[in-house]
Write a protein that binds this ligand. Structure first.
Ligand code: HEM
Length: 435
């Protein structure tokens, strides 16, 4: 039963989403069933963690928020983020990434990541440049959409990747679609983790291409930050970058789903518009209501469905011992969508991120939590909220079939981003200076 809850998450692609399987999962309602199965297991066997017996591997699945806290707060020892399956997957494109590092190397790479990503600061040091890039690309995107009035995944993600490449690597990388394709190909291989041999040559090609962009150190890009942050021989700065590009990719799906959520919830959109009113959006802005919409999008449809840890020492769970080397698997949707404990589990509730309810709640972990939590959280919330603000300006959106988001009904537990289509209608002409 436990395997039934977990297998569909793996099948949809843990490292790169498989478009056809995601669509199939939506039709079959597997995300819906996964949450229900874990709830049933919790009711039958109590607080857990549940043990899954796979030959050669001890696996445990926490079922209560206190255990989530223990595991995530206990990084990197005794709950190491450098889990065996994750190492198997990420070695294809970032063998020295912080996420799969241990000991002194992890500490050094974490320091480096936090410095470049400006962890914890709502407005990144290069917020001016990021705002300019996002607004330029949003204007191009809108021009593409205006032709037929429908915003689709393909149009959106093309624009989003331009933003990502410019923010991370500089304007010179704007149209380097080939780089994104190379990374995507390696991520697809990574879905198969250790089952597929690693291609050193493909990884070397990716590194060389990245290095060419990084060497320019374009002002305002993360590449420029890299050039200023001290690195040690251990850091391997180039190998940290694939994780940033890789993590910015699903953020596109998060942003598009947030736009769809807003389109389906006109009252919240009115509050967002009131908050935007009178702001100069050409200058960097902390946009709490839009950030909350993005946080809801990633709570409702988490882009990291499984948080994986490996224990580095024996651990005790109310008298039950788990051996060192146990894989601990936190199924985020189960916690985010547990309608037994959360009255708002299946509805859009951005207020919880604004009124303090979500703060310190260990069952809401879309960006993980604790010492190995996402160091790019603020950067990505800033980038996505700035993009949404640009798209909402002078335009309204309506969700088109096949996506159904009815505020009167529980929101679906899976939402295929590839199928999202939004009708876009201009509300008023943009103000041209001097008019
Ligand atoms: C919506 C977008 C994002 C979400 C939901 C997200 C979520 C997460 C989660 C859940 C983890 C922990 C993974 C684990 O423990 O297995 C993580 C780690 C990480 N994320 Fe993000 N992330 C996002 C975007 C970004 C971006 C844009 C960057 C960089 C530009 C970034 C950089 C990282 C890094 C470097 C780690 C590894 C941290 C460590 O191991 O210490 N993330 N992220």
């Amino acid at each position: 039963m436990l395997a039934l809850a977990v297998a569909p998450l793996v099948a949809q692609g843990v490292i790169a989403r498989r478009r056809r399987v995601v669509a199939l999962a939506g039709k079959l309602g597997t995300d819906d069933r996964g949450v229900g199965l874990l709830q049933q297991l919790n009711e039958t066997y109590g607080p857990g963690p549940l043990r899954l017996r796979i030959p050669g591997r001890s696996v445990a699945v926490p079922l209560v928020a206190d255990d989530v806290r223990r595991v995530l707060d206990g990084a990197p020892e005794p709950f190491s983020p450098a889990n065996r399956e994750k190492r198997g997957a990420l070695r294809h494109f970032q063998p020295h990434g912080v996420l799969v590092s241990r000991g002194a190397a992890r500490a050094d790479r974490r320091r480096f990541n936090e410095a470049v990503l400006d962890t914890g600061r709502p407005l990144h040091r290069y917020a001016d440049a990021i705002t300019r890039v996002v607004r330029e690309e949003s204007r191009h995107l809108r021009a593409d959409v205006d032709a037929d009035g429908v915003l689709t995944w393909d149009t959106f993600i093309t624009a989003w990747w331009r933003v990502v490449r410019r923010v991370v690597l500089g304007d010179g990388a704007r149209d380097d679609h080939r780089l994104t394709d190379q990374l995507t190909a390696l991520r697809r291989t990574a879905n198969w983790s250790a089952l597929v041999p690693r291609s050193g040559a493909r990884h070397a090609r990716l590194r060389n291409r990245l290095r060419t962009h990084l060497d320019r150190a374009e002002p305002g890009s993360l590449a420029a930050m890299i050039a200023t942050v001290p690195a040690t021989p251990e850091t391997d700065a180039v190998d940290q970058v694939p994780q940033w590009l890789f993590a910015f990719d699903p953020a596109g799906a998060v942003a598009l789903r947030a736009l769809a959520l807003l389109a389906a919830h006109p009252n919240e959109t009115a509050r967002v518009r009131a908050d935007l009113d009178g702001r100069d959006l050409d200058t960097p802005q902390d946009l709490p209501r839009l950030r909350a919409a993005v946080l809801e999008s990633v709570r409702l449809w988490p882009t990291t469905p499984l948080l994986l840890r490996d224990t580095t020492a024996p651990t005790d769970w109310n008298g039950a011992a788990l051996p060192a080397g146990t894989a601990v698997l936190i199924a985020t949707s189960y916690f985010h969508r547990d309608d037994r404990s959360r009255p708002d589990a299946d509805r859009f509730d951005p207020d919880q991120w604004l009124d303090g309810r979500a703060a310190g709640d260990w069952s809401l972990v879309p960006f993980s939590a604790g010492p190995a939590s996402c160091p790019g959280r603020e950067l990505v919330l800033f980038t996505t909220s700035t993009m949404l603000a640009a798209l909402l300006e002078h335009h309204t959106h309506t969700v088109l079939p096949p996506t159904k988001l009815d505020p009167a009904h529980p929101l679906p537990r899976g939402l295929d981003p590839f199928a999202v289509r939004l009708a876009v209608t201009p509300t008023s002409p943009p103000q041209v200076p001097g008019d």
